[in-house]
Design a protein around this ligand. Structure first.
Ligand SMILES: Cc1cc2nc3c(=O)[nH]c(=O)nc-3n(C[C@H](O)[C@H](O)[C@H](O)COP(=O)(O)O)c2cc1C
Length: 178
């Protein structure tokens, strides 16, 4: 199969996720084109057997590069098998309210772009204080201390469950050939 894996990221976790999936798909014998959505001008989803888009949430929104690409290519994306990997810190927890917020953000996104992903994976992201400016570092420090009292607010912490993501990705890959 020929796959497109495209991502938008702010602090790097969605790119890391995209790289991980690209390597896994290569390992399974697929051909993969991986690129940043910011560089996806002229890329046509119709040329692929399956498309994975990954992006992360900041202040309840995905990166505009994702929205721009999804809106521009909605028709083609709706015709090929797609997997949307949504990276956030809300997905690291069990708060029903936060999970409802993920549903809302996704519903607003699909309505705004016209693209309905074939499969959606809500994936826990990472806390990376070294990547934040001083204001974000202060805000995120409060947030991480509230949600994860065991975390050291001065250190990076990754919440991504790679095994769960692999299981979901393998099932999606299998559905392409099925
Ligand atoms: C300024 C800022 C705002 C964020 N807003 C949200 C949010 O609204 N909801 C959420 O679940 N996670 C939020 N996060 C957490 C990010 O989604 C998480 O850190 C993710 O791993 C970032 O992915 P990236 O490295 O690909 O940009 C926020 C993070 C930052 C730094």
């Amino acid at each position: 199969m020929k796959l497109l894996v495209a991502y938008a990221t702010t602090e790097g976790q969605a790119r890391k996720t995209a790289r991980h999936l690209t390597e896994r798909a290569h390992g399974a014998g697929h051909t993969v084109e991986m690129l940043a959505l910011a560089d996806a001008d002229g890329v046509n989803p119709s040329g692929f057997d399956g498309v994975v888009l990954a992006a992360s949430i900041h202040a309840s929104q995905y990166q505009s590069a994702l929205g721009d690409f999804a809106a521009r290519e909605a028709e083609a994306l709706n015709r090929v098998p797609t997997l949307f990997v949504s990276v956030s810190l809300a997905a690291a927890g069990h708060s029903a309210e936060e999970w409802r917020s993920l549903d809302r953000i996704l519903a607003d996104f699909t309505k705004a772009t016209g693209w309905t992903p074939g499969q959606v994976e809500q994936v826990a992201g990472a806390y990376r204080p070294g990547q934040y400016d001083i204001i974000r570092r202060f805000i995120m420090r409060q947030i991480i201390s509230d949600r994860d009292p065991d975390a050291d607010p001065g250190q990076d912490k990754e919440y991504t469950d790679w095994d769960a993501l692999d299981t979901a990705f393998d099932a999606w890959l299998a559905s392409l050939s099925g």
